[in-house]
Design a protein around this ligand. Structure first.
Ligand code: ADP
Length: 304
């Protein structure tokens, strides 16, 4: 299926299924990062819901879509905390199951005063998201969703099964960068990578024949490619950057929402850049994700 061919905006809210990770992020801000074997004291701890799947699900929801998240968490208190914002904001969590044998995924993030960070991810229950979880009726109850969004923080064979059986628009965010089967790449209507992921995949991105490839470039914005040709470029509006965590996840969700609404590729790319930029203006990933009215306002404003 293709999206983004027309210019009219559909009044219907798109339905999006996100298959991906749920984490609880523990962020310790301290004076500096420890060397191997060293202990650094004086840090301040914050806990935020995170994980690329959960971030993208919440972003799409705040941008106006109806969203279902298919994920695996532990049967522990961290799961409640990790899913709290999604639940409060109406993301359908009937496809999120608890794994009695593994804890909820966790990211341990150390941030130094200068903003430099070190991250250790313990995938926990995310690694236990199985093919059966995405083929189950709870994962895709009728009517089928308009789009599937998936990333690579859950097993690739599960992402592959979800993509190959989905009848709508398939967006693959190839993050973190790791090898994926050719039939999965070929099924993607849209692939989203950042600069370092684009370098990792190189010419393999050409396998998405006819599909779109979006490359995000941080503060420089993003590019959209089709069949080896660059078809659109966009720069984000100027914003006061506080924390770039989650900007890429917000970009992915915004681009899919805009394409499903029928925005043309260039307008959709500008919309996604504006959404990504807004996500950098507040601390944390999920708490910083913008609402639709904020993006529409910034999108409509003349570029600085
Ligand atoms: P990732 O976090 O996945 O590496 P990027 O850093 O490329 O992704 O950012 C994704 C999008 O977020 C960019 O295309 C841009 O729209 C927005 N963005 C990221 N960093 C900034 C920034 N410093 N200023 C404005 N917008 C930004």
């Amino acid at each position: 299926m293709t999206a983004g061919g027309g210019s009219a905006t559909s009044p219907r809210r798109p339905w999006i299924t996100v298959v991906g990770s749920v984490n609880l992020d523990f962020v310790a801000r301290g004076p500096r990062l420890p060397a191997p074997g060293e202990t650094v004291t004086g840090a301040v701890l914050a806990r935020h819901p995170g994980g690329k799947g959960a971030n993208q699900a919440l972003a799409a929801r705040r941008l106006g879509a109806q969203v279902r998240l298919v994920a695996r968490v532990g049967c522990d208190a961290m799961a409640d905390e990790a899913l709290a914002l999604l639940r409060a904001e109406g993301v359908d969590l009937t496809g999120c199951s608890g794994d009695p044998g593994t804890p909820t995924g966790v990211a341990l993030i150390a941030v130094a005063d200068g903003g430099e960070n070190q991250i250790v991810v313990a995938a926990g229950a995310n690694a236990a998201l199985r093919v059966a979880d995405v083929t189950d009726a709870a994962a895709e109850p009728a009517p089928a969703s308009d789009a599937l969004i998936a990333q690579l923080e859950v097993p690739v064979e599960t992402v592959r099964a979800a993509a190959l059986r989905h009848s709508g628009f398939v967006c693959l965010n190839l993050a973190p960068a790791l090898d994926v089967p050719a039939d999965l790449l070929a099924r993607a209507d849209l692939v989203v990578v950042n600069e370092s992921e684009a370098e990792y995949y190189g010419t393999a991105l050409g396998a998405t024949t006819g599909g779109l490839v979006a490359i995000t470039l941080g503060a420089r914005g993003a590019e959209l490619w089709r069949d080896g040709r660059r078809i659109a470029v966009a720069a984000p509006p100027k914003v006061a950057v506080v924390d770039t965590t989650g900007a890429g996840d917000c970009f992915v969700a915004a681009l899919v929402v805009a394409l499903l609404e029928g925005q043309d590729p260039e307008a959709a790319l500008r919309f996604a850049c504006a959404a990504g930029a807004l996500a950098t203006t507040r601390a944390g990933a999920q708490p910083a994700l913008p609402w639709r009215t904020e993006v529409d306002y910034l999108f409509a404003a003349p570029l600085a």
